[in-house]
Ligand binder design. Sequence first.
Ligand code: CTP
Length: 229
Amino acid sequence: MTDARTGVLAGLKVVVSAGPTFEDIDPVRFIGNRSSGKMGFAVAAAAAERGADVQLVAGPVALPTPPGVQRIDVRSAAQMHEAVLAALPCDIYIGAAAVADYTPREVAPGKLKKQVGQDTLTLELVRTPDILAEVAAHAARPRLVVGFAAETDRVEHYARGKLAAKRVDLIAANRVGVPGSGFESDDNALTIYWDGGERALGPAPKGELARDLLDVVGRRLTGGAPGHG
Ligand code: CTP
């Protein structure tokens, strides 16, 4: 087991994003997703236990702040984007948030009312910035950039696609939409992919998985092979 205060993460600045984002439609409605934030919070907690200086950019979740973690609460993808970029430079960025890919073009100033005779309603959505890809391409790129991929099918195919497209060092992928894993569950199973390898972790409680993920991160930082599958 890694010694909490003498491991490779001790003294490093680690930025973690966690939770969903809420994209407002009007003052009472929003577009959200089913991310609970538990995995990202567990990663932030585990990094702080190892002596890292942790900033946690949290979407709207009702979870307690892990001990020793500096938390920045945000609501929308735009706010998360701003908060993460403001947290750079850092040594490690772990993007565990389920960031909305699209947001309403306009937020209605008053509550939208249904119209008599109108059976359908079309909302115009626009793309949000890809925070993970931007951090990976930033002039102040962290030494290690880690993304997550939540997939319902073809997990490896899509995870490896994101690894390459977003130019990140590691992708932690999980299957969602199956019982006992994914967003709301306390347990999860992850497969970590990197260029030339992979490692399966769990099923295990998210706290344990977070520590295993940080072991992989630590080995990668020190130049070692991240481990075997
Ligand atoms: N991500 C991000 N900013 C976005 C969208 C995603 O930083 N606007 C990050 C997430 O935090 C995660 C990774 O990208 O680390 C994968 O997110 P996901 O939503 O699964 O992938 P997408 O690239 O959005 O692809 P798709 O929705 O098509 O699966």
